[in-house]
Ligand binder design. Structure first.
Ligand code: NAI
Length: 248
C-alpha cells in the first residue's frame, strides 16, 4: 500500500518549485491533491496534468494565500470537491531581500502577509474540517534562516521564525484532537527562487554546506511525505531541517 493512499492534501504555491515536487511525490504515493498558486497559468495546467497522469484526483486553484477571505473560500471549495482534507502543506512563500536600511515598509508588509499570515489563513480555515475528522497533519514550510537568521533577509527570516512559533503552538493546541503540526526548514534548495542568485553567491552558499551542494525540491518533498503520512504518527511540534548539515 502506498504511503498516502486515499488521503487528500491541500498544498499552497505548488505550480512550480518545492510545492510542485511535494504535489508530485504525494500523488505518486496515492494522495489526491488540491493545490494553489496565485494565478491559473501554464505552470498550473501542466502540474495538474502531471498529477492526474499519476492516477489521482488533482485540481489547481487560483487563490492568494495572503488573503484571509480567499483562503476561507478556497478551503470550502476544496472540501466540497474532495470531501475531506487530511494534509495541509503551507508552502507558498516569496522573498524581498534587502539590508534593513534599504527595506521599505511595503516589502516588510508583503513578506509578512505572503509568508506568515498565509499560514494562519489556511490553518484557520482547515482546522474546522480537521477537527470534525478528528485527524489531520499540517506541514509548514519554514527555512533554516528562521532558526539562524541571515543578513539581508530580516523580513523573510522573521516570517520563517514566526512559522516555527505558530507550528509549535498549533501542535499543542490541536494535539488532543489528533491533529499534528510540524515545520520543515530547508537550507539551500535549487529552485526558481534561488536560481535568480548570481553564480558567485550560489557558489559561496554551496561552500558552506557540509554535503557541498544545494538540495533538490524532491529532497524536501520526501520529508513532507513522511510528515503527511502515518509514518510520523507520533511526530508533532517539530522543526525538521533539510539542509545538508548547513544548520546543525
Ligand atoms: P518558488 O518561487 O519556486 O515557488 C513558490 C510558489 O509559490 C510560486 O509558484 C509562486 O507563484 C507561489 N506563490 C507566491 N505567492 C503566493 C501567494 N500569495 N499565494 C499562493 N501562491 C503563491 O519557491 P520555492 O523555492 O519552491 O519555495 C517554496 C517554499 O520553500 C517557500 O515558502 C520558501 O520560502 C521555502 N524555502 C525555499 C528555499 C529554497 O532554497 N528554495 C529554502 C528554504 C525555504
Amino acid at each position: 500500500m502506498k504511503l498516502l493512499q486515499g488521503k487528500v492534501a491541500l498544498i499552497t504555491g505548488a505550480s512550480r518549485g518545492i510545492g510542485k515536487a511535494i504535489a508530485v511525490l504525494y500523488a505518486q504515493e496515492g494522495c489526491n491533491v488540491a493545490f494553489t498558486d496565485i494565478k491559473r497559468d501554464e505552470n498550473m495546467e501542466l502540474c495538474e496534468k502531471e498529477l492526474i497522469a499519476l492516477g489521482v484526483k488533482a485540481i489547481g486553484y487560483a487563490s492568494n494565500a495572503a488573503s484571509f477571505e480567499d483562503s476561507a473560500k478556497l478551503v470550502e471549495t476544496v472540501a466540497a470537491d474532495f470531501g475531506r482534507i487530511d494534509i495541509l502543506v503551507n508552502n507558498a512563500g516569496i522573498t524581498r531581500d534587502n539590508l534593513l536600511m534599504r527595506m521599505t515598509e511595503k516589502d516588510w508588509d508583503l513578506i509578512m502577509d505572503v509568508n506568515l499570515k498565509s499560514v494562519f489563513n489556511l490553518t484557520h480555515a482547515c482546522q474546522k474540517i480537521m477537527l470534525k475528522q478528528r485527524s489531520g497533519s499540517i506541514v509548514n514550510m519554514s527555512s533554516v534562516v528562521g532558526v539562524s537568521g541571515n543578513a539581508g533577509q530580516s523580513n523573510y527570516a522573521a516570517t520563517k521564525a514566526g512559522i516555527i512559533g505558530f507550528t509549535k503552538s498549533i501542535a499543542q493546541e490541536l494535539g488532543s484532537r489528533n491533529i499534528r503540526c510540524n515545520a520543515v526548514a530547508p537550507g539551500f534548495i535549487i529552485t526558481d527562487m534561488t536560481g535568480q542568485l548570481p553564480e558567485d553567491v550560489r557558489a559561496a552558499w554551496e561552500k558552506k554546506i557540509p554535503l557541498r551542494r544545494g538540495g533538490s525540491p524532491e529532497e524536501v518533498a520526501k520529508v513532507c511525505v513522511f510528515l503527511g503520512s502515518d509514518l510520523s504518527s507520533y511526530v508533532s511540534g517539530q522543526v525538521i531541517s533539510v539542509c545538508g548539515a548547513m544548520n546543525c
